[in-house]
Design a protein. Structure first.
Ligand code: ADP
Length: 632
């Protein structure tokens, strides 16, 4: 009798800790369920042992590494700890969080378990008031780069991040970093001197101001010396700066671009020292306009964020990272920015005082429809309304622009917005892009090329918008991706995953005619498009669209294609800063105590940001802001 009572007592305790009701049988076994996530199916397996959730594993998913992928890493532990699916989602990755929770709930239901509310008591945190040396608002690329630099200089730092994870738009970026790198450019996969016309064109312009002339003269001298060599690619910091300035229609600040380009290579080395890894080949990323792109070995921008995070993890005495904390306004005392008013997840007040400086690193506003309609509705884009998808993360919504403006900062180039030509037409995601570099072409629904694939992002986006249904297909063949199970997408999965599971509109066929049939195109039109392209690669004909970067002909099947559409991506305008990353007022004076870095600033990119230039921006100026803030 005594024994029986004890047994009942154990069942009662289990029922409470499991969060179960009405569970007569305590099921054991493995249960699997698939639910739709943000970018594709999420398959989850739950192991039950006598009604206890012992293990939850995510078998496969296409969520973005570090974002939805982060939610899929942390939510299982939360569920196991609470023995309930009534757990907090990761803010900023709520769709992926909820998809996982739904899959687990469904497994539990299949097992005959009814889940009740978690017994975990929700504690409302107290208001927080802290003082440190440097406060950074935003835990994306610029904020983390600044934190690494400020702590390297010995300063105590608090980072506040609005969402539940670090990385911002940087973590979902293409992970590409442009900068002159002679050792790799000398062995680049391109014929020597094949890019010379780009430099010659830039040097044939009439200078528009003395600095332009000075930079052109320097580049001319360097280029004349290069012409006597058989090196594959000409480059220098001055040419990088000049090309970036020209590529943004000379709207950016050439002086600032020289600072940017001068510091790019040393920042690449700094990143490598932090553990960031790049492939050993230089490429010309789409929209970069030149063979100077370094590609991360990790999916998207996860490598950069991991390198920063790991570095900061080793400095716990200096760094305090507060996620789920949203900066609301800057504190100004006697004309100097001295802190931040923020808010914690449950609405608690967070007041942070900075004895040295505050760094704004809150990113851009391409995902904020209201702001982009207000500021960026330039003549360039036919539509920037909510109908236009965005690549941006939920938490990046232009908050820093407002906060800076409230303390008198000058905003510049606010009408300049970039649409990324090659987003997923349904989600705006980019993780499904197959990395083929120059081994692909863009075709419209009629099977015709319509734009140079190595041109400016704005020209490509406008080109796509003008095509039937406003979309294009990226087409490649076995020449660029011999084995789709070994090839790579930006998100890290092999292209075969998309093809086999019919995701993201991927299609494939053994022949050009077969592909044309699936895409409802005229097969002879598509074949002619490919044949014409091959004659441009060979050099027997000149591409009428002006493409000059070629590596491979398109000859061998299987043939692959998937649809792409332009998405609001990057805002080139923002807070006006000086070369030390200090925020400036309209009259050019410095706002004491306030630094800004990354996409929240507006000086560099002008009318069109080159592909592969944004990471350089947040790394170089994040670093400058961090070092200078620490030196206050
Ligand atoms: P950048 O490349 O310029 O660093 P990112 O988009 O990578 O830009 O990062 C910006 C980060 O700032 C994101 O993680 C975003 O969630 C965060 N953020 C935006 N607004 C706020 C805010 N008001 N308070 C705290 N963090 C914010």
């Amino acid at each position: 009798m005594k024994r029986a009572n004890r047994f009942i007592g154990i069942i009662a305790i289990l029922a409470v800790t499991m969060g179960l009701t009405g569970c007569k049988d305590q099921p054991s076994g493995s249960f699997t369920q698939t639910t739709p996530g943000l970018f594709g199916p999420i398959e989850v397996s739950v192991e039950l042992n006598k009604g206890t959730i012992e293990n939850i594993s995510v078998v496969s998913h296409l969520e973005t590494p570090g974002v939805g992928g982060y939610a899929l890493e942390v939510i299982p532990d939360r569920i196991i700890e609470a023995q309930s699916t009534d757990v907090d989602v990761v803010s900023g990755a709520s769709i992926s969080s909820r998809a996982l929770i739904a899959a687990v709930s469904s497994c539990l239901e299949t097992a005959g378990m009814k889940v009740k509310k978690s017994n975990t008591r929700k504690v409302i945190p107290d208001d927080i008031d802290k003082t440190t040396e440097v406060v950074i608002i935003g835990g994306g690329g610029a904020g983390l780069a600044a934190a690494v630099a400020a702590t390297e200089a010995g300063s105590r730092v608090i980072i506040i991040e609005k969402t539940g994870f670090l990385g911002g738009n940087a973590i979902v970026s293409g992970g590409i970093f442009n900068c002159p790198d002679p050792a790799l450019q000398d062995i680049a996969d391109i014929k020597a001197h094949s890019l010379d016309s780009l430099i010659e064109n830039a040097l044939s312009e009439t200078p528009v101001n003395p600095l332009h002339k000075e930079v052109m003269d320097t580049v001319r001298e360097q280029f004349n010396a290069y012409k006597k060599t058989d090196k594959h690619v000409f480059d220098s910091p001055e040419w990088f700066a000049l090309q970036t300035w020209n590529g943004g229609d000379k709207v950016g600040d050439l002086d600032m671009l020289l600072v940017y380009a001068d510091n790019a290579f040393s920042t690449l080395e700094w990143l490598k020292d932090l553990g960031m890894t790049f492939t050993d080949k230089i490429n010309s990323a789409s929209g970069s306009l030149y063979m100077r792109t370094h590609t991360s070995t990790e999916p998207h921008g996860t490598g950069y964020i991991a390198a920063f995070r790991d570095n900061l993890a080793g400095k716990s005495d200096l760094i305090d990272i507060m996620t789920d904390t949203e900066g609301k306004s800057l504190i100004v005392e006697d004309g100097r920015v001295t802190g931040v008013n923020a808010q914690g997840k449950s609405g608690n007040k967070v007041t942070l005082h900075a004895t040295k400086a505050v760094i704004l690193a809150t990113g851009g506003f391409a995902g904020n429809v209201e702001m982009r309609m207000k500021y960026a509705q330039s003549d360039k884009w036919p539509d920037l309304s909510a109908k236009v998808i965005s690549t941006n993360m939920q938490g990046v919504s232009g908050d820093g622009i407002r906060m800076a403006q409230e303390v008198g900062a000058n905003l510049i180039n606010m009408n300049q917005i970039q649409l990324l030509p090659y987003a997923n037409p349904w989600t705006g995601g980019t993780g499904d892009i197959t990395l083929t570099y120059s081994g692909s072409i863009y075709i419209n629904k009629n099977g015709e090329r319509f734009v140079r694939e190595d041109g400016r992002r704005d020209e490509m986006s406008l080109g796509i918008i003008a095509q039937p249904e406003g979309i294009m297909y990226q087409l490649f063949s076995a020449d660029a991706v011999p084995d789709p199970t070994k090839g790579k997408t930006l998100g890290g999965m092999p292209p075969s995953y998309y093809i086999d599971n019919k995701l993201s509109g991927y299609v494939s066929a053994p022949t050009v005619a077969g592909l044309a049939e699936i895409l409802k195109m005229n097969p002879s039109t598509l074949q002619k498009t490919i044949d014409d392209f091959n004659s441009y690669v060979e050099g027997t004909e000149v591409d009428p669209f002006g493409r000059i970067t070629f590596t491979k002909k398109l000859l061998t099947g299987p043939w692959y294609a998937y649809p792409r559409k332009p998405a609001a991506h990057h805002t080139m305008g923002g807070v006006d800063i000086d070369a030390s990353a200090r925020a400036l007022r309209v009259d050019g004076s410095v706002i004491d105590g306030l630094y800004c870095a990354g996409e929240v600033t507006g000086n560099l990119h002008g009318a069109n940001r080159l592909g592969g230039n944004a990471i350089v921006d947040f790394c170089v100026f994040g670093r400058i802001a961090g070092m200078n803030a620490a030196g206050e």
